[in-house]
Design a protein around this ligand. Structure first.
Ligand code: 16G
Ligand code: MG
Length: 545
């Protein structure tokens, strides 16, 4: 078949290093950029097949998010802008690891297994982040797509959530929005401007926000978007890529993990600051108080602010829609306690990884999902959207109800419902703070985080650890969970769990307790239990100093 001859010919220009094995992990393929050329070509092929199968546009994003600049990666985006479905993650891994001579055979296998009609048209949207390697790697994706005679549209530089947005716009016949960067800026900024009308007389100080762009794509796109915001938000952009290196000593992951401000940003006491990660799908907020102490407002605090406000609006609008918050085991116990006990909201725990949270959130009228690391968004069911819209045009309701319905409608438009989006989340948070007349300190004071500690343990094979209950309990190896339970009992307000990382060859340990010392000691003791029960390698974990 001529089609496969072309694949064979093109693939020679993107050879696979013999013996190299890579896995489509939690967030796609991710490794040093010089190992990825063949992966990109093959993901171009797979995206074309997925497009033929779904008869929709598929997205391919070239990025390694918060990883160092030398790395790169790729992930596929399904028709509604969501992460690619698990069965196709399996196909991706198989196709990626087929040796050069069996590439066409593996491709044919997938075509047969999925009953792909090759005569169907295909369309693939491609985006890339600012890494130097992204240029040639995205070219390899294009080669893959065109070797199956499929149509590719290359958006060039985009944030990851922008590409998710484009794919969704295209496949909803533009009901979700216009599939251009201007379409994205216009949709979000109009919603933001409408919302800020409910917060009149804001001072310049209140409109001011420091943004750490992680020296990446988010900075670039924020600069493009600024004119659309019509001075309703005054951004001081730092780490904009003009000097520093991507994700180096800055960005959301650095700030969250190090629990300190990024380099390259000068903060005055009480000033609101936020950091994006390298592909702008995560955000965290922070400030320093007058005593110079650093305060972090992570994904849990963001979920609390947003879900609380949504509940308030629903009450005002007289709508009996259920708001649920989806978290992971990493959510601080104080946040869960506050949401359940004080706010009386439904809280669900999902496994780590965006696709799990997204999936869980789809089950509710309004699902607010956030990982503690700052990745999250809000999903509105079609029925919820419908009822809100209906209310905005209902002639028989009072002004208070109408105003609440209009606010809800604007919030829907401000959210990127395809995936967590730093820019969209930032505007959402800024709008809610403005409307409620809340300072960042007041937001922080809603609840106090329990002290917590995360550690990593090296073991011979991390797959010996098997978890259940959304990763909160280990069912294997035998004896490990009992040991953890005994350790946890020794402390107040304590909790601990272990899980194999999906992105690194380590076992992760999380512990929290009423004091910093207790959390640190518990984390260390649990690490030792992992080392003993799960085949630790190297030296036994040392006490935390
Ligand atoms: C990936 C996930 C992120 C998760 C992290 C956990 C996506 C897009 N990203 O970066 O949500 O928090 O992995 O990493 O799903 P870990 O398994 O190494 O702890
Ligand atoms: Mg990211």
């Amino acid at each position: 078949m001529a089609q496969f001859e072309k694949v064979s010919q093109y693939s020679v220009q993107h050879p696979k290093p013999t013996g190299l094995v890579l896995q489509y992990g939690t967030a796609g393929f991710r490794t040093h950029a010089n190992q990825l050329d063949h992966i990109m070509f093959r993901m171009g092929l797979l995206a074309a097949l997925r497009s033929k199968k779904t008869k929709s546009t598929i997205g391919v994003m070239v990025t390694a998010s918060h990883n160092p600049e030398e790395d790169n990666g790729v992930k596929l985006i399904d028709p509604m802008g969501e992460m690619v479905t698990p069965a196709w993650e399996g196909h991706a891994t198989r196709l990626a690891n087929a040796e050069q001579e069996s590439l066409v055979m593996t491709l044919k296998d997938i075509i047969e297994m999925e009953a792909v009609d090759l005569s169907q048209n295909a369309s693939v949207f491609i985006g890339k982040d600012t890494r130097p390697s992204s240029e040639t790697l995205s070219q390899a994706v294009l080669d893959g797509v065109s070797s199956l005679d499929s149509h590719a549209y290359d958006y060039g530089l985009l944030t990851t959530p922008q590409l998710h947005f484009m794919v969704c716009c295209k496949n909803t016949q533009f009901r979700y929005g216009t599939a251009t960067v201007e379409g994205y800026y216009e949709k979000l900024s109009q919603a933001f401007i409408q919302l800020t009308k409910h917060a009149p007389n804001r001072t310049d100080d209140q409109k001011h926000l420091l943004v750490d762009g992680a020296n990446g794509i988010g900075a670039l796109k924020m600069r493009e978007m600024e004119p659309f915001l019509q001075k309703e938000l005054k951004i001081s952009l730092h780490n904009d890529g003009s000097q520093g290196k991507l994700n180096f000593l800055c960005g959301a992951d650095y700030v969250k993990v190090q629990q300190k401000p990024p380099e390259g940003i000068k903060m005055n006491a009480g000033e609101r600051c936020c950091s994006f990660d390298g592909d702008a799908d995560r955000i965290v907020y922070y400030f320093i108080n007058s005593a110079g102490q650093f305060h972090l407002l992570d994904g849990d605090k963001i979920a609390t602010l947003i879900s609380t406000y949504l509940k308030e609006l629903l009450t005002q609008a007289g709508l009996d829609l259920q708001v649920a918050v989806v978290q992971t085991a990493y959510a601080n116990g104080s946040s869960t306690h506050y949401l359940v006990e004080t706010m009386k909201l439904t809280v669900q725990c999902a496994k780590t990884g965006v696709k799990h949270l997204h999936h869980a959130a789809q089950e509710f009228d309004i699902g607010v999902y956030f990982e503690a690391n700052g990745h999250g968004t809000i999903l509105f069911s079609k029925a919820a959207e419908g009822r809100i819209q209906q209310l905005t045009v209902d002639p028989n309701i009072n002004d208070e109800k109408k105003s609440a319905a209009v606010l809800l409608e604007n919030l829907i438009n401000l959210c990127n419902q395809t995936v967590g989006d730093a820019i969209s989340d930032m505007l959402l948070i800024e709008a809610v703070l403005a409307i409620r007349g809340m300072t960042v300190q007041q937001w922080d004071a809603i609840y106090s985080d329990l002290p917590n500690r995360q550690l990593k343990v090296k073991v011979a094979d991390r797959r010996v650890i098997e978890t259940t209950d959304a990763e909160r309990r280990a069912v294997r190896p035998a004896g490990l969970q009992d040991a953890i339970d005994e350790l946890v009992k020794k402390y107040q307000k304590s909790r601990a769990f272990v899980r194999p990382s999906g992105t690194e060859d380590v076992v992760r340990v999380y512990a929290e307790a009423d004091t910093k010392e207790a959390a640190d000691t518990l984390a260390h003791e649990v690490s030792v239990a992992v080392y003993k029960f799960a085949g630790g390698v190297g030296e036994e974990p040392k006490p935390f100093l």
